[in-house]
Ligand binder design. Structure first.
Ligand code: GLN
Length: 235
């Protein structure tokens, strides 16, 4: 039995797991176990309530337009819980389709409008007959950390004034190919178009999210001190 325990929810893992987004949770657990923290994962999918009080971390992975349209029909059931979780500084990683669906709305490739959770202000337009595909490199403004990943999306996402990009694009297209931003940060929500998955490739970001999650759940412990001895892997 580990000294500390994190409970993670993997939203729609059975539908939204493009390129193995679940690997983000594997990466978090890999680092957590090195400092005596266990991380378990619950699948929260179609028809399930999302109980915001139960979770210390949430992953909402990516899917194609087809899966997103299915998931969008179920989101009203979870929307209030997801909003409460986010506003209570719950740590969340939204990848690609999950990142899109947390916002106001997004347009499928054919222009059909799909409503998002509405938990945040960003929105996603389409770009008929084109996709942004390839390797991406960004730099996070607050830390100077560089993150690397792979993007594959037709949606073009625009973030709001109360959100900031996860990073400035050094290579690749990012949110929309126009404003130089990739992903978003809002409170403890991290959104990104990086599949890969981002936390296996970018140990520095995994440690950042782990520290946020642990500080929120166990504020009396000096997590920065414990995490100083963990080496972030990067690929
Ligand atoms: N369907 C979305 C798009 O193409 C998301 C794709 C994904 O999650 N890779 O924009």
């Amino acid at each position: 039995m580990a000294d500390y325990q994190l409970h993670a929810a993997h939203l729609y893992a059975d539908l939204m797991n493009t390129y193995g987004d679940y690997g983000n949770l594997v990466a978090l657990r890999y680092y957590a176990q090195q400092i005596g923290v266990d991380l378990d994962v619950s699948l929260v999918s179609i028809g399930d309530e999302f109980d915001d009080q139960q979770y210390d971390f949430v992953l909402f992975g990516g899917g194609q337009d087809y899966e997103e349209a299915i998931v969008a029909k179920d989101l009203p059931l979870k929307a209030a819980g997801i909003k409460r979780y986010i506003e209570a500084d719950g740590p969340l990683l939204g990848v690609c389709g999950g990142f899109q669906l947390l916002g106001q709305y997004f347009l499928l490739a054919d222009g059909t409008r799909i409503e998002g959770v509405g938990a945040m202000q960003h929105y996603t337009l389409n770009q008929p007959h084109n996709r942004f595909t390839g390797n991406v490199e960004i730099v996070n403004q607050e830390t100077g950390q560089k993150y690397r990943g792979f993007e594959n999306h037709q949606g073009r996402t625009f973030i709001a004034d109360n959100q900031r990009p996860l990073g400035q694009v050094l290579k690749g297209k990012g949110n929309n190919g126009e404003d130089g931003g990739e992903g978003l940060i809002y409170k403890n929500v991290y959104g990104t178009y990086f599949h890969g998955p981002i936390l296996t490739r970018n140990g520095n970001l995994a440690l950042r999210l782990l520290e946020i999650s642990l500080k929120r759940k166990y504020p009396a412990v000096d997590w920065s001190e414990k995490l100083k001895f963990v080496t972030p892997e990067s690929f």
